[in-house]
Ligand binder design. Structure first.
Ligand code: NDP
Length: 252
């Protein structure tokens, strides 16, 4: 059987749950040696053990991606132990919707710190490895998790969707910049996926809106998104799917 990602070193952030965990499992099943990054060490260890039981290879590193020095230390460890990453799925994120006049400034800051600053810390620490891998072996991948919120308008989600518009726009520019060095860059923009993301929401109105969407559609599963990540990574090196929107069939 074909092993499309054999020999590849794939770093996944937000790997302790949801889209990141499912995607790490998928990339490992396709043959990549995966590196699992998130804060909850126990969850990462469990996932690494399951991947290895299934014949894959995994390294778990507990890290808070908003801590730039800690992210750099994780990247240095990946370079030392595995020779560097050639695939980065930059996926950790948080969604905390609320009406803007409630001034939930702590929640604004959390979303900006993780979805923008955390994302940049990871790009900063791992891009040199991606560029080196692409020079040595002809291709590397940077895949950032954005959201359909980067395109559409959702009242009460302004700060979150603006962080995701940042991710999509950044990805388009980095694709143009890094493509010349054989590093493919993609943004994945999912609609609603059932994960722990919704469990952090505290705003009553947003919770009611989310519950309402459950009545009218079947949410995506993390595995649906993971399939897409595997597909992107396994394309021939000349082909870069720049932006992928994946929606629940019933979501407008
Ligand atoms: P989850 O809440 O299940 O996953 C979020 C992940 O991010 C967890 O692994 C969490 O692990 C990690 N994380 C959170 N804070 C930090 C931190 N400071 N440092 C390191 N890791 C951190 O949600 P999803 O799987 O849904 O979210 C993944 C991405 O998908 C996010 O960027 C989200 O915005 C995006 N997205 C999700 C959609 C959805 O409907 N679910 C739709 C569109 C986009 P830990 O707590 O262990 O650190």
């Amino acid at each position: 059987t074909a092993v499309p990602l054999a020999g590849r070193i794939a770093v996944v952030t937000g790997a302790s749950s949801g889209i990141g965990a499912a995607s790490a499992e998928k990339l490992a099943a396709l043959g990549a040696h995966v590196v699992l990054l998130a804060r909850r060490a126990d969850r990462l260890q469990e996932l690494a053990a399951r991947i290895e039981q299934n014949g894959g290879k995994a390294l778990a590193i507990s890290v808070d991606v908003t801590d730039r020095a800690a992210v750099q230390a994780a990247a240095d460890r990946v370079a030392a132990e595995l020779g560097g990453a050639d695939l980065l799925f930059n996926n950790a994120g948080v969604m905390l919707p609320a009406p803007v006049e409630e001034l939930a400034t702590d929640q604004w800051q959390l979303q900006i710190d993780l979805n923008i600053t955390g994302l940049m810390n990871v790009i900063g620490a791992f891009t040199p490895q991606l560029v080196k891998a692409a020079a040595d072996r002809g291709v590397a991948d940077l895949i950032n998790t954005s959201s359909i919120g980067a395109q559409n308008i959702y009242p009460n989600f302004a700060v979150y969707t603006a962080t995701k518009a940042y991710v999509t726009h950044l990805s388009r520019h980095l694709r143009a910049e890094l493509g010349a060095k054989n590093v493919r860059v993609a943004a994945i923009e999912p609609g609603i996926v059932g994960t722990e993301l919704q469990t952090h929401v505290t705003d009553e109105g947003a919770l009611a809106w989310l519950a309402g969407t459950r009545e009218t559609m079947e949410w995506l599963t993390p595995q649906d998104v993971a399939e897409t990540i595997g597909f992107l990574a396994a394309l021939p090196p000349r082909a870069n799917l720049q932006q992928v929107t994946i929606m629940p069939t019933g979501q407008a």
